[in-house]
Design a protein around this ligand. Structure first.
Ligand SMILES: Nc1ncnc2c1ncn2[C@@H]1O[C@H](COP(=O)(O)OP(=O)(O)OP(=O)(O)O)[C@@H](O)[C@H]1O
Length: 261
């Protein structure tokens, strides 16, 4: 398995071996369906890595193994050097170090925006309520939701709800942000506002692994683009390399089929 991949130079704050995230020969099977067939991937601190690939290529499964929703069948995943696939690992503690946003926002409908945003900070991270609220209001304001603090989620557009979900994910400064198809459920008119938020997170130095079908976004924001094909990373590189001069036939075919917007 490849040990060294492009764009992987660890930066200050990351561990000497693997940066913020390191997957080593990760395999996942659902019955006979071998969905991840030996994934090696390293992400350095402040790096934004975007995973693209056809439906069913394994992108979501990859994200879900990192968040320990799915347990790997073989291989290891290191988070800032800690083996999180070790059987006795404290799953909740690992999850508290990773911010996750999915396609469906999963906000609690009976809770105000500010309570949704601060819940995990208060309950899991034991952040004092006043501090969590101040931080939540600050982030919501920074991301154009300052007037929604005390609203209930159903009063917000899909794009606004997804921005709330992102604020919730970043409130406790996670080491890694996993964004899984976060624009797929949105009206195309609302996609831009969510992607703009991701752009500002990159500017602020977040470390992000994102699976998306938004090719133009991948092209403009990623430090590195990873192309998954049938459970493997077939090729990866800078957006210029991957979109401009793909090496593999399957990558060329995929890129010829996808739509840009
Ligand atoms: N919980 C599960 N149980 C059984 N099979 C699963 C499960 N989750 C995913 N799979 C299978 O794993 C394969 C990869 O699915 P995955 O959702 O990871 O693909 P994807 O690249 O994210 O697709 P999409 O772009 O459509 O979201 C598919 O064959 C899918 O049916």
């Amino acid at each position: 398995m490849s040990a060294v991949e492009p764009g992987n130079v660890p930066t200050s704050g990351s561990t000497a071996t693997g940066g913020v995230l390191e997957l080593q020969d990760v395999h996942k099977l659902f019955g006979d369906n071998h969905v991840l067939k030996g994934i090696d991937l390293r992400i350095a601190k402040h790096e934004v890595v975007v995973v693209i690939g056809a439906s069913g290529s394994g992108k979501s499964t990859l994200m879900r193994t990192i968040n320990l929703i799915e347990r790997v069948d073989d291989g290891r995943i290191l988070l800032s050097g800690d083996d999180i696939t070790e059987p006795r690992i404290n799953v909740d503690r690992v999850r508290s170090r990773i911010g996750v946003v999915f396609q469906h926002f999963n906000l609690f409908p009976h809770m105000k925006v500010i309570d949704n945003v601060t819940l995990a900070a208060r309950k899991v991270h034991k952040m004092p309520a006043a501090e969590a609220r101040a931080k939540g209001v600050d982030l919501l304001t920074r991301f154009g939701l300052g007037d929604k603090v005390d609203e209930y989620p159903d009063r917000l557009s899909g794009g606004q709800q997804q921005r709330v979900a992102i604020v919730r994910a970043i409130l406790t400064d996670p080491e890694l942000l996993l964004l899984d198809e976060i624009t797929s459920a949105l009206d195309p008119m609302l996609v831009g506002e969510v992607l703009d938020l991701v752009r500002s997170l990159k500017e602020q130095g977040s470390t992000i692994l994102m699976a998306t079908h938004e090719m133009s976004f991948a092209r403009s924001v990623a430090d590195r683009v990873v192309f998954m094909h049938q459970g493997r990373i077939l090729e990866q590189g800078s957006p210029e390399q991957l979109f401009g001069a793909p090496r593999e036939d399957a990558t060329k075919e995929f890129l010829a089929r996808v739509t840009y917007r």
